[in-house]
Write a protein of this length. Structure first.
Length: 79
């Protein structure tokens, strides 16, 4: 399962979400305006920075929209 931590006003988050939606990739969106999601973000990543992707299946965690999109492209190509 892919989980993407976002903040609604973040253009970099929107960039990643658009990529996910355009490529029909299922994901769980966790908005850090919810305090529980913010706490989870900090526990998983250590930084209060979004977007943050967690690929629970492959045990990958990453920040930075371009790196996330590159990872998702590679992941999509392997399926």
């Amino acid at each position: 399962m892919l989980e993407l931590f976002v903040m609604s006003s973040c253009p970099y988050c929107k960039k990643v979400m658009n990529f996910l939606d355009e490529n029909s990739i299922e994901y769980l969106k966790s908005d850090i305006s919810n305090p529980d999601n913010n706490i989870k973000l900090l526990s998983l990543g250590g930084n209060e920075q979004v977007p943050f992707l967690v690929d629970h299946e492959n045990k990958k965690r990453m920040y930075e929209s371009d790196l996330i999109i590159e990872y998702l492209r590679d992941l999509k190509g392997n399926k």
